[in-house]
Design a protein around this ligand. Structure first.
Ligand SMILES: *Cc1c(COP(=O)(O)O)cnc(C)c1O
Length: 442
């Protein structure tokens, strides 16, 4: 069982005298006492800023609000708080006011790819469904910073119904990713209702929940929440640990409850300058995650959202981190490093190169140690002709739904023999637009 640490007791006493451990561990108590102003933050942490600093900080939170749970605040190491990873993720930096030319309010074009409010339908078979616009802690690196604290945008039941109707009308949606805000900020009954509605849609195979609750408010993972979630399997959960210091006794207990309920757990980290842009930190983090039955899923390059410039690293830092993991540790402890394409192109995986060269029957590879090796390809390989008509093929797919999705798209279409498309051409290609005065037939 988690105990009151001396730090936590000190903070709790400052909030409310004679406070009991049971209050501290009550998630509603934590939310009631969320810290939303600079003075309280200083008081609870026992630090002081100068008058100039306060002014800059106030300007920052006027634009991007502040909110942090006493629990998450208690993880800050006060002896070097300015460099503390928890402090940097939760406390405003005046640098957030720097908006560069490349910054965008909605870099991932989530609002443009939104057929109905709250639903982002970007990929063929899955949707992002924003069911909450509130969070237990406002991450300073939030990609949806534009919406943080915007109380007008809390999805009302009518909007959630619209989203559910969209999913119901789109049989290609087999995976629904509940996001927000944080879905676990909704109460159990309301979340139960949404999950029940989704489970009533026959083509929804998998429901995923994206939440930072195990990191910033682990006490929200109550027995009753977990009992409710279990009714709606298969449920997958992705959480968001960025630094090993976030893995505490309390967060371990929350993760264990979820894993014991049979929920596969994943983690999405964001690569953040001054927080986790270090191969040793990331390796420690992924080891701690897998010890707690959480599989590292994605490592994100920091988005081009407004106010995040001080958090961004070069892409090379992410590649260096992946280089330090592949081969050096368990395969399932290595996240996929992705850049979420500005403009809504989706996640693009990036990794070190392992294929050095190749000929028609041999490839040259290098491994994590730098050993250069060859792989001999077969001299005789009879490729299976594929026009995606599975009923005429000698390979046996034989599942009922196979014919529902027999067309390939994108680069996969170029690789297939399904039609005579030989290139994908951007709308704005000047050379082709010149041909026959704007007739851009390839
Ligand atoms: C990340 C994301 C998903 C899920 O992507 P996976 O690669 O399947 O995890 C779905 N929709 C949107 C809009 C996303 O940003």
């Amino acid at each position: 069982m988690s105990m009151f640490s001396v730090r936590q007791q000190d903070i709790a006493e400052k909030i409310e005298s004679n406070v009991a451990l049971s209050n501290w561990k009550d998630w509603r108590w934590q939310l009631r006492h969320a810290v939303t102003d600079i003075a309280t933050f200083e008081h609870l942490l026992g630090v002081e800023f100068t008058r100039d600093e306060r002014k800059a900080l106030q300007e920052t939170i006027d634009r991007f609000p502040l909110s942090v749970t006493p629990y998450y605040l208690s993880l800050i190491n006060t002896s070097d708080f300015r460099n503390d990873p928890v402090f940097r993720q939760s406390f405003p930096s005046p640098s957030e006011r720097i908006i560069s030319d490349y910054d965008m309010a909605d870099p991932l074009a989530e609002d443009s790819d939104s057929p109905v409010p709250g639903v982002t339908h970007r990929y063929p078979d899955r949707v992002l469904f924003h069911i909450s616009n509130i969070c237990a802690m406002y991450c300073r690196h939030c990609t949806r910073k534009r919406k943080v604290g915007d109380l007008d945008r809390i999805p009302v039941r009518r909007e959630v119904r619209q989203g559910l109707a969209y999913i119901r009308e789109h049989p290609e949606v087999r995976d629904v990713l509940l996001s927000g805000g944080d879905p676990f900020m909704l109460n159990d009954d309301y979340l139960d209702w949404i999950l029940t509605e989704l489970r009533g849609i026959p083509h929804v195979e998998v429901i995923r929940i994206g939440t930072r609750i195990p990191v910033v408010l682990p006490y929200r993972v109550t027995d009753s929440l977990v009992r409710m979630l279990k009714k709606h399997h298969p449920i997958w959960i992705n959480t968001h640990f960025n630094h090993p210091a976030e893995i505490t006794t309390s967060s371990r207990e929350a993760l264990a409850k979820l894993a014991d309920a049979g929920i596969p757990l994943g983690n999405q980290s964001v690569l953040l300058a001054g927080v986790n842009d270090c191969p040793r930190i990331m390796k420690t983090l992924v080891h701690k995650l897998v010890q707690n039955r959480v599989r590292p899923y994605y490592l994100y390059q920091c988005d081009l959202s407004e106010g995040l410039s001080h958090f961004r690293t070069p892409v090379g830092k992410g590649i260096e981190i992946v280089e330090s993991l592949i081969g050096h540790t368990s395969g399932f402890a290595v996240p996929t490093y992705v850049i979420d394409a500005p403009g809504g192109g989706g996640k693009i995986p990036v990794m070190p190169n392992y294929l050095i060269s190749w000929s028609t029957n041999k490839v040259v590879l290098r491994n994590y140690e730098g050993v250069i090796t060859t792989y001999k390809e077969p001299d005789a390989y009879e490729p299976v002709f594929c026009d995606r008509r599975c009923e005429q093929c000698t390979l046996q797919l034989k599942v009922d739904s196979a014919e529902d999705d027999y067309r390939s798209v994108g680069i996969a279409e170029l690789l297939s023999d399904q039609d005579d498309v030989i290139s994908l051409i951007p709308d704005s290609n000047e050379r082709l637009n010149r041909r026959t005065g704007g007739d851009d037939e390839a």
